[in-house]
Design a protein around this ligand. Structure first.
Ligand code: MEV
Length: 425
């Protein structure tokens, strides 16, 4: 844990000095610092994780600054290849600080396991039989993971849903609600569903076909809110009111139109996925849950909302399923993920879920603020220009100088970068 997430000047430091600043915080051991600096996962450690391993794949790991989440200072590790994501989140977290940063909450870690019951002779009788046997079925599902049970997790209930319209006719779906505590929970839930299936078949005379968790983890939502004081919003030629209203108009577009909502939500996921990946979590599961939740009304829409309060400040909120864990899977095996969790000072999955959601909201704000004012390209350009400068062959101090010239000329292209380098020779 860190005393402040404000590290002034961090952005402008050379890589080695940023690493030294991180060391000076005295939060991470040398081994953990090395895991963050070098990708952490060796091919040997990766070998048992998946099949046919030939190596590992690295991404840039940056630290988002300025985050205050429920009055706690948090440095947030983000693994992402896209320029402007880390800078955008950090800058918006800074704008949120005068009003107290991010206020967040999370539901109990309840996951849903689904069992598809086919060929039951009488669906109503089957539903009644399952409901009547709930008291015996739940203890059986609890037995699959004594450790989880000891930690206070385990099955919480059954829900029976009737699907009337399907290409194969009507059938029942049984939802097993399972408290997975600090795990992501897929293993426990899938095992529990497989354990219960024969009992349900015996009770109903039907056939349990699929037994698998649902990624629409809508019993495990996380929420974040922030207020951006009006005086934080003005910049350049843009008045604070212009920026605030522009952001609200941009959100209204996403609220009303799925074409825009997909991109708007992608911007949220830029931040969310980066932290999910840095902590070794399953980003496909989080993505699937987010987009399914965005379509829960039957119409795909924005995951966030933006408006203004009585004092004219900008107010944003975000709510989505957040099935992340801090025990088990890659989170446990990957040394960088362990270091990332330690840097954030996270000790429960719910805390992690809340930080991730705060980052999603900040990322959304960064995109909307840019789009509603100067456009997205300007911010992208300076980092992109560095990459172009390197691609053109610039080294050392040339990189920044060349990137600055490309941006000033508004021509961020490799051919022009090569030309300038030749002029400098
Ligand atoms: C780009 O990765 C993300 C944005 O398109 C998000 C948005 O449009 O809100 C900038």
């Amino acid at each position: 844990m860190t005393s402040s997430s404000r590290l002034p000047g961090f952005y402008d430091l050379p890589l080695a000095e940023r690493q030294a600043r991180l060391r000076a915080l005295a939060v991470l051991s040398e081994t953990e610092l090395a895991a963050l600096a070098n990708g952490g996962l060796t091919p040997e450690a990766a070998d048992p994780m998946i099949e046919n391993v030939v190596g590992t794949f690295n991404l840039p790991l940056g630290i988002a600054l300025n985050f205050m989440v429920n009055d706690r200072e948090v440095l947030v590790p983000m693994a992402v290849e896209e320029p402007s994501v880390v800078a955008g989140a950090s800058f918006m977290a800074k704008l949120a600080r005068p009003a107290g940063g991010f206020r967040t909450s999370a539901d109990e870690p309840l996951m849903i396991g689904q069992m598809q019951l086919l060929a039951a002779p009488d669906l109503d009788a089957a539903a009644a039989a399952i409901a009547a046997a709930e008291g015996e079925l739940l203890p059986e599902a609890a037995g699959i993971d004594p450790v989880l049970q000891k930690l206070g997790g385990g099955p919480r209930g059954l829900e029976i849903r009737r699907i009337d319209n399907s290409p194969i006719g009507p059938f029942l779906v049984i939802h097993l609600i399972y408290d997975v505590r600090d795990a992501m929970g897929a293993n426990a839930v899938n095992t529990a569903c497989e354990r219960l299936a024969p009992r349900i078949e015996a009770l109903t005379g039907g056939r349990v076909h699929l037994r698998i968790l649902s990624n629409l983890a809508d019993r495990r939502l996380a929420r974040a809110e922030c207020t951006i004081q009006l005086d934080q919003l003005a910049f350049g030629d843009f008045s604070a009111e212009q920026v605030r209203d522009g952001i609200i108009e941009a959100w209204a577009f996403a609220d009303a139109d799925p074409y825009r909502a997909a991109t708007h939500n992608k911007g949220i996921m830029n931040g969310i996925d980066a932290v999910v990946i840095a902590t070794g979590n399953d980003w496909r599961a989080v993505e699937a849950g987010a987009h399914a939740y965005a379509a829960r009304s039957g119409r795909y829409t924005s995951l966030s909302t933006w408006g203004k309060d009585a004092d004219g400040n900008l107010v944003g909120s975000l709510e989505l399923p957040m099935a992340v864990g801090i025990v088990g899977g890659a989170t446990k095996v990957h040394p960088s993920a362990q270091a990332a969790l330690k840097l954030m000072g996270v000790s429960t999955a719910a805390e992690l879920a809340q930080i991730i959601t705060a980052v999603g909201l900040a990322q959304n704000l960064a995109a909307l603020r840019a789009l509603a004012t100067e456009g997205i390209q300007r911010g992208h350009m300076s980092l992109h220009a560095r990459q172009v400068a390197i691609a053109a062959g610039a080294t050392g101090e040339q990189i920044e100088r060349l990137a600055a010239q490309l941006v000033a000329e508004k021509t961020v292209r490799v051919d022009r970068a090569e030309e300038i380098l030749k002029e400098w020779q």
